[in-house]
Ligand binder design. Structure first.
Ligand code: ADP
Ligand code: MG
Length: 247
């Protein structure tokens, strides 16, 4: 279990409402450096809202979130710094349609981190190589398959040298035959020591890569355990019910 000193992401008693809806209820979650957390739970349980709160795309009503000991900034330059530290990959790939694959990956380092173009290009090519799409560098997003685009989105996040990567259902918009090529990249990242919070229902990935599964429903964390324990002997009624529907 993480100790106070190696906790990279600390979510402490976080509450969030959307009007009457209490979407995050006293959420406590501590993610250690190098740890891989899989967040699982029914639709509408607050998983995306939690990810968005950690990246400060959503505000919270109470509680606190710290990244590497620093509270989330409210705005301005510090917020851009946070977005670099906390990479996020969404269900939809969100690549810039009118920029090449290479430009999609170099844009952040050049604009935000003031990396020289030549260096940014070299780093981007290395990342595209790592996710297996270096030969697509001069193409535009629409010319790539969904699986390739999602791997580019991962490379684009990695280009900012994040401390932690958030993945919100990164494979749920993909055709089945492309899911594994994205999960394989994520599994390698996990094994290389990247700190990751991954919302997914892909149990194969959870078993291979996760240190811990966190089960959310109705805005609460109901259960957390190692993947094997969670999938074979969940204890909460909500988790048992959920697993009986997806297994
Ligand atoms: P999950 O990712 O687990 O499916 P979400 O975090 O997306 O759940 O949503 C949790 C609940 O909050 C849902 O009922 C959703 O309709 C609601 N919700 C999400 N975003 C907003 C928003 N911006 N305004 C109002 N309600 C929202
Ligand atoms: Mg969601």
């Amino acid at each position: 279990m993480p100790t106070a000193t190696d906790a990279l992401v600390v979510v402490d008693k976080v509450n969030k409402h959307f009007g009457e809806l209490h979407v995050l209820q006293d959420i406590d979650l501590s993610v250690a450096r190098g740890e891989v957390i899989v967040v699982i739970g029914p639709s509408g349980s607050g998983k995306s809202t939690l990810c968005r709160a950690i990246n400060r795309l959503e505000t919270i009503d109470s509680g606190s979130i710290t990244i590497d000991g620093q509270p989330l900034p409210q705005e301005g330059k510090a917020l851009a710094g946070l977005r670099a530290d906390v990479g996020m990959v969404f269900q939809s790939f969100n690549l810039f349609a009118h920029k090449t694959i290479l430009e999609n990956v170099t844009l952040g380092p050049i604009k935000v981190k003031k990396v020289a173009k030549k260096e940014a290009d070299a780093q981007a090519m290395a990342l595209l190589e790592r996710v297996g799409v270096a030969n697509q560098a001069q193409k535009y997003p629409a010319q790539l398959s969904g699986g390739q685009q999602q791997r580019v989105a991962i490379a684009r996040s990695l280009a900012m040298k994040p401390k932690v990567m958030l993945f919100d259902e990164p494979t749920s918009a993909l055709d089945p035959e492309m899911i594994n090529e994205v999960l394989d990249v994520m599994t390698s990242l996990a094994h290389e020591g990247m700190t990751m919070i991954v919302v997914t229902h892909e149990m194969g990935f959870a078993r291979k890569a996760a240190n811990r599964v966190v089960f959310m429903a109705d805005g609460r964390i109901h259960e957390e355990s190692d993947p094997e324990t969670f999938f074979t002997s969940p204890t909460s009624e909500r988790a048992k019910d959920f697993l009986s529907k997806i297994l």
